[in-house]
Design a protein around this ligand. Sequence first.
Ligand code: ZN
Ligand code: ZN
Length: 203
Amino acid sequence: MKKVKKWRYYCDFCKKAGTYGPPMAKHEKNCTMNPGRGCGMCDRLDNSFPEPIETLMAPLKELEALRLKQTKTTTIGDLEIEGSPRLVDETKAAIDKLRKLSGHCPACMLAAVRQSKADVEFFDYKAEVKNKFKKGGRITSVFQLETAIKHGQWIYLHDTPKHPSWIAHMTFKTVMSLLDCRPTGLYFAVPNEKETIWTRSIG
Ligand SMILES: [Zn+2]
Ligand SMILES: [Zn+2]
């Protein structure tokens, strides 16, 4: 019998852990909880660095300040009840501002939401991702798929844009059957025009 001790790698910023160092190092660099993060999504799309997290968090902090200002404490007998306002329109406006500031990068938006700890009830990461991309051409060969993954390109599967690592973790058998499967298949995820995203309201 063999006894093996294995290293486990933990992200310094969130709860993610893994058995391999390099993928965890890559995660940590772009982790949405890392205040000095890079951004896989921004870098890939137009080679720009993400806006500093403080800039991105500004509209969310304004929202929280407003909420605090409007919070009312009601005393009933010995009980003190805090009533925070819901601020529906203000929350939607803050998300719109954040979307513009980030150049519509869902990952950067998520980072700002998580790190500000603001109550942003209408923020929907999946919807932001879905709205960012449109379906491009069909991927017809393993070579095309491999190239796309290498370049960090997002891929459409079942009408949902998926991060390339998601596809990279599938078994070869699954990938082959998806490539062959009509009409499901795999498609390139092409970024939508920013103007289109900004004028369309999400959620
Ligand atoms: Zn992390
Ligand atoms: Zn980004």
